[in-house]
Design a protein around this ligand. Structure first.
Ligand code: NAD
Length: 435
């Protein structure tokens, strides 16, 4: 019997409205004309499709999927594909728009896109997930490609999914096209450093921000939401540089609840990684056995630390819970996309907390993806030290530009990042004669 998996009721119905409101504020500052606003407020193209999958038990299930291509004035559309049961179309639209700003703020020759398959991969076998990835590419083939739109991993997808997607793309194309997907395993043209790039980048821009304040990571403590691809590498890098990670949190599928894990004197990231599954879920029983305190999911934001790194999902620090953020917190580095709502952002700003916005803080991922594409098109591999050197240069330069714009215009880092990005994208649209 065939069943259809539908996206649940949107968890945050106002996400796209919020993304547009943020854009409108910047468009006003830049005095953009009506056509440019119209163009940039909406996705350029959207693909809504179904993927029928033969399950291992012989039944058929039909999954819904979406790919939103926001803008490609500066280069091919670029953005992750997530597997999530409760993703919503509006969330994907706002994430696609954010990708346009993110690639522009780091000055990459790329546009912005995002995709989602409405499913829970934890309920699917490896083979079923592979069929889903291949189905995604079959349905989207005409809208994908190294010079058109390049997917990457995101929430609950990883290198193995990209390998399946690339393979399906190349089978249909009848040619090798390593630049068609990024975040691939090294064995099929992936790049060294890509896995770590996002988390590494979060700590890199944090380091730049602290330097401006005359502070150093060595004297800092942090609390992290999430323990997946971004959070684990951010926590690892933070401790490598001498900082202390006091707490992390993760989602536990078994009882559908989030937990925070804390240990006096700081966490051992490697030990926690050893009791974490491939989706970034830490086993609470095993953590307790290792003498970690297991606290409610929201406790991560209540810790008396200097830095918060939300690196799980969007809209986690809200108007309702921002009051729980401890008075000691000086900086919020947004590892996740849109983890802070606009209202919470305003309240943090009033409290003097510096928020390093997602489009800058987690731009290490797309920068690493760009390096992967460049290596793919040159049919060459870069050494690890070159990759991290280039990542370092690009992200620090982007941070400095954003910081200087913020200082000069007396605005937040978020507004400054958007100002730079929207201006660059608008100029490309104008140069192409679109507006
Ligand atoms: P992931 O699936 O690898 O990890 C997500 C983590 O969040 C897991 O540890 C999960 O347990 C945790 N989580 C989920 N719901 C939670 C909740 N309610 N409370 C606490 N923890 C919860 O995903 P990821 O790739 O690490 O992505 C995380 C965020 O970073 C997303 O917003 C994503 O869009 C963004 N991002 C990812 C990349 C990348 O390269 N992977 C790049 C830029 C931005």
């Amino acid at each position: 019997m065939a069943t259809t998996i539908r996206p649940r009721v949107p968890t945050a119905p106002d996400t796209f409205d919020a993304a547009r409101a943020q854009f409108d504020r910047i468009a006003d500052r830049l005095h953009l004309n009506a056509a440019t606003r119209d163009l940039l407020r909406s996705p350029s193209r959207e693909f809504h499709f179904t993927i029928p999958i033969r399950m291992d038990d012989g039944s058929t299930r039909v999954f819904r999927a979406v790919r939103v291509q926001h803008n490609d004035a500066r280069g091919p559309f670029k953005g992750g594909v997530r597997f999530h049961p409760s993703a919503s179309i509006d969330e994907v639209r706002s994430l696609a728009m954010a990708m346009t700003w993110k690639t522009a703020v780091v000055d990459l020759p790329l546009g912005g896109a995002k995709g989602a398959v409405f499913c829970d991969p934890r309920e699917l076998t490896e083979r079923e997930q592979e069929r889903l990835c291949r189905g995604f590419v079959r349905q989207m083939f005409s809208g994908l490609g190294p010079t058109v739109d390049v997917p990457a991993p995101d929430v609950m997808t990883s290198a193995k999914h990209m390998a399946w997607m690339l393979d399906e793309y190349e089978v249909i194309a009848g040619a090798k096209a390593p630049g068609a997907m990024t975040g691939k395993p090294l064995d099929v043209g992936g790049s060294l450093g890509r896995t770590e790039a996002t988390g590494y980048g979060v700590v890199l821009v944090l380091d730049e921000a602290l330097m401006r304040l005359g502070m150093s990571i060595q004297d800092m403590s942090a609390s992290v939401q999430g323990f997946g691809k971004v959070a684990q590498h951010a926590a690892r890098r933070f401790t490598t540089l001498g900082g202390q990670v006091a707490a992390v949190s993760s989602w536990n599928q078994a009882d559908a609840r989030a937990y925070t894990f804390r240990r006096e004197g700081g966490l051992d990231v490697a030990v926690l990684a050893g009791i974490t599954d491939e989706y970034g879920s830490i086993d609470p029983a095993k953590a307790e056995g290792l003498n970690y305190e297991v606290l409610p999911g929201t406790a991560w934001m209540e810790q008396p630390v200097d830095i918060l790194i939300p690196a799980a999902l969007e809209h986690q620090i809200t108007e309702e819970n921002v009051g729980r953020v401890h008075g000691r917190v000086r900086i919020v580095a947004e590892g996740a996309n849109a983890p802070t709502t606009l209202e919470a952002d305003r309240i943090l700003d009033e409290r003097g907390v510096i928020v390093i916005p997602d489009v800058l803080a987690n731009a290490g991922g797309v920068t690493g993806s760009y390096f992967e594409q460049v290596q793919g098109s040159a049919n060459a591999y870069w050494r690890r030290d070159r990759i991290f050197h280039e990542l370092d240069e690009r992200l620090r330069a982007a941070f400095r530009a954003v910081h200087d714009t913020a200082d000069h215009g007396e605005m937040s880092l978020r507004d400054a990042a958007y100002l730079i990005a929207v201006d660059r994208v608008a100029k490309s649209c104008r140069a192409r004669g679109w507006v």
